[in-house]
Design a binder for this molecule. Structure first.
Ligand code: 3H9
Length: 692
């Protein structure tokens, strides 16, 4: 049973029991109604308590059921809440741990609510691109007030129950045993009549029109491409301007509209994709892990420093090893400066500042890092350099230490075989700036131990990263795909685009940054070094030479004050560069290409579908375990627009046959060989299936 029924004295207790978070799926909803029927039919029962088993009162509607018939199957959540609200015996919600979304809406339908301190109270639907659809927008303002309700609904942010103790949401806060307190409360109110109902409360906010208009303006300015926040305001407005039942109808219509939007589907996809990424079929959740109580990082450069900060932020002491004293000092000073900046912004207390800085120490001796539980190497991206480091690590690190490489392209299996303990070697690919970017690509070598993988997945959570596991291949998931995207960006320049047009088109699509602004930020010399290697190793792969010509001009990006764009000192704004644009046009002429006007649609399709096709190869080869893992890599590491759900999900939304049609069109142009559909993509399209 997904809800249990038990009578204690004169009180019936309905306990939601649908792990992991007591989601209000179809069977739980039925079980609540059954419980209510029993309670109402039993003369010995004077009151009803509804609570949740395990780690939640309720996490809300079962999101997995959305867009399936079960979501609308009777009894719907509305029906359940009506049954509770129309009960002739008092119903009390006993809230603890998590009370969110539909769970809070159910509680608001009860006559009374008691809560333990520390419970997270939220209507987080907006984060899934929807709004509370079971009365939350109508009832919450009636108990916590218009302003607080609007804030909670538009932001979706949880509020601790004790902070709401003085509002009308809770009748009593219960320290100690919640059930005992709830039963006592139930007995106390058992004979109270008439029964209070939230729907009957009047919202007292004389100047509500001005407040609502202000809210509309503010929310509109902040909502970006998401429709839900503004609809939240509309629904809450109805709580003040309409009679209750009409407000419920307005909320319902807006909910139905939002749940069908691509934005909401993408956000729900991202929610489950994030959780799926940590599940590895042959590494069950109970796989033993190794304790990580101390860490070491090799290299005090930008990457090494950022990685070290991650450990310190999680309270793990970390030693940074560098060969030259100046480099070590510079690295440590940069870290200190970064923390100082965070402190100046008020995001770090002076005590935390001291704590974190104190957790990071420097050394120039390999022997001093030998006792660390994990070491992450962030040295120059060249096999010869990595070889020296790993041979040394193999000598000095204690048995059982995890030896991780932050390589972004090199063969982790080869690196592992440089040591006598390949089972301890893994790739931990951080993204710059490493203390900020959410993505951690966890590269599983052929011999990586399952415990090492499980430990790395656990570590990614501890340091608040989204860990995605990748197999070994050149560039792993993210960089292997971005190469195809970059190649297309280069060809577009040869054929008629200028950097600004490409960047603008891609940014309009929703990317945080277009490829050329991104190149200038990351350093164009990095791609140059990789291409030089490729020209030798993979001569059959074609690249536009524009990026090489740019580097030959010494324009490496922001760090040299010039890249695809011009930069002014102290100003990160990118200004179109006449010199670069002339170089691009001349290069087209040298190639004998007649430049043409290229539409934004073509730009976006070529860049994004290039990602999709490579993603399909990656999936087929088993480098990524699932399409949603690829989406997570792009959402958390490459600025892919979240409201589009990631490249593979976006392709599903467009329709795979449409992706193939576009690719066939591009195949007829220059470099047509790049557009051969990956067999998996072709197969899924032919079968009318999707990646996700
Ligand atoms: C809603 O209520 C609509 C109504 O207004 C109207 C209806 C008509 N459904 O995050 P965790 C799973 S919309 C299904 O790792 P934590 C999750 O997938 C809903 N499953 O744990 C994972 O599964 P698995 C509004 C759900 O302790 C497992 O629970 N509610 C749901 O760090 C553990 O999750 C929300 O938006 C769900 N609603 O955090 C709440 N929630 O083990 C969204 C969780 O198979 N949820 N799961 O990977 C959360 O914010 C967090 O999950 C929560 C727990 C705080 C609850």
């Amino acid at each position: 049973m997904t809800a249990e029924y038990k009578v204690t004295g004169a009180v019936a207790v309905i306990t939601l029991n649908n792990p992991p978070v007591n989601g209000l799926g179809a069977s739980t909803r039925s079980a609540i109604v059954e419980g209510m029927k029993k309670a109402l039919g039993d003369n010995a029962v004077k009151a009803v308590v509804i609570t949740g088993a395990g780690k939640a009162f309720s996490g809300g509607a079962d999101i997995k059921e959305f867009n399936t018939p079960k979501a609308f199957a009777e009894p719907t959540l509305h029906t359940v809440i009506n049954v509770v609200e129309n009960s002739t015996k008092p119903v009390i919600a006993a809230i603890h741990s998590v009370c969110m979304g539909g769970g809070l809406e159910l509680a608001l339908g009860c006559n009374y609510r008691v809560a333990s301190p520390g419970a997270q109270i939220a209507l987080p639907e907006v984060k899934l691109g929807i709004l509370p659809g079971a009365g939350g927008t109508q009832r919450l303002p009636r108990v916590v007030g218009l302003e607080m309700a609007l804030n909670m609904i538009v932001s979706g942010t949880p509020v601790a129950s004790e902070k709401l103790a003085k509002t009308g949401l809770f009748n009593e806060m219960i320290e100690g045993d919640l059930m005992q307190g709830a039963l006592a409360f139930a007995n106390k109110v058992a004979d109270t009549r008439p029964l209070p109902k939230v729907r009957d409360i009047k919202i007292d906010y004389p100047n509500y029109e001005a407040f609502l208009q202000f809210s509309r303006n503010t929310v509109k300015a902040m909502a970006g491409p998401y429709p839900a926040p503004l609809k939240c305001v509309e629904a809450v407005a109805a709580a003040v301007t309409e009679k209750f039942d009409n407000g419920i109808k307005i909320e319902r219509d807006l909910f139905v509209e939002l749940v069908q939007t691509d934005e909401s589907k993408a956000l729900r996809h991202a929610f489950f994709a994030e959780r799926a990424a940590s599940k590895i079929p042959d590494v069950p959740e109970d796989t033993p892990t190794r304790a990580i109580k101390s860490a070491a990082v090799i290299g005090a450069g930008t990457m090494g420093g950022g990685i070290a900060m991650n450990f310190a932020n999680a309270g793990i002491p970390v030693k940074i090893l560098e060969m030259k004293p100046e480099a070590l000092e510079k690295g440590l000073a940069t870290i200190r400066k970064n923390y100082e900046n965070t402190m100046k912004k008020g995001k770090l207390t002076p005590a935390k500042f001291e704590e974190r800085v104190g957790l990071i120490t420097g050394t120039m001796s390999y022997e001093e890092i030998g006792s660390a539980d994990i070491v992450v190497e962030a040295v120059f991206e060249e096999m010869g350099v990595k070889e020296q480091v790993f041979k040394k690590l193999d000598e000095v690190m204690k048995p059982g230490a995890i030896l991780a490489s932050n390589t972004s392209t090199l063969d982790v299996d080869k690196i592992a075989d440089l040591t006598k303990r390949p089972q301890d070697v893994i790739g931990l690919h951080f993204f710059s700036p490493a203390n900020v970017m959410k993505l951690l690509e966890i590269v599983r070598g052929a011999k990586t131990g399952k415990d090492v993988l499980a430990t790395s997945l656990g570590l990614s959570k501890k340091i608040k990263k989204t860990g995605v596991v990748s197999g070994v291949c050149d560039g792993f998931i993210g960089n292997r795909m971005i190469e195809q995207y970059s190649r297309q960006a280069g060809f577009l320049l040869e054929e008629g685009c200028l950097p600004e047009q490409v960047d603008k088109a891609v940014e309009k699509f929703g990317f945080a940054m277009g490829p050329f602004r991104m190149g200038d930020l990351a350093g164009n010399d990095i791609g140059w070094a990789i291409r030089k290697r490729r020209y030798v190793e993979k001569p059959e792969v074609t690249y536009s030479k524009t990026a090489d010509l740019l580097c030959e001009m010494g324009r490496y990006g922001q760090k040299t004050g010039a890249g695809w764009y011009d930069y002014k000192p102290g100003d990160r704004k990118a200004y179109a560069s006449q010199a670069v644009n002339d170089m691009i046009v001349k290069h087209s002429a040298d190639l004998g290409i007649e430049r043409r006007k290229i539409s934004d649609q073509e730009i976006v399709e070529r860049l994004v579908f290039a990602l999709v096709n490579e993603g399909a190869y990656i999936l087929e080869e088993g480098i990524a375990l699932r399409a949603s893992d690829i989406d997570m890599v792009y959402l958390t590491g490459y600025g892919f627009p979240v409201f589009r759900g990631g490249p593979m999900f976006y392709a599903d939304t467009v329709g795979l046959p449409n992706v193939i049609l576009a690719m066939e069109k591009f195949a007829a142009g220059r470099h047509g060989e790049a557009w051969k559909p990956a067999p998996l993509l072709a197969k899924l399209a032919a079968e009318g299936k999707t990646f996700n």
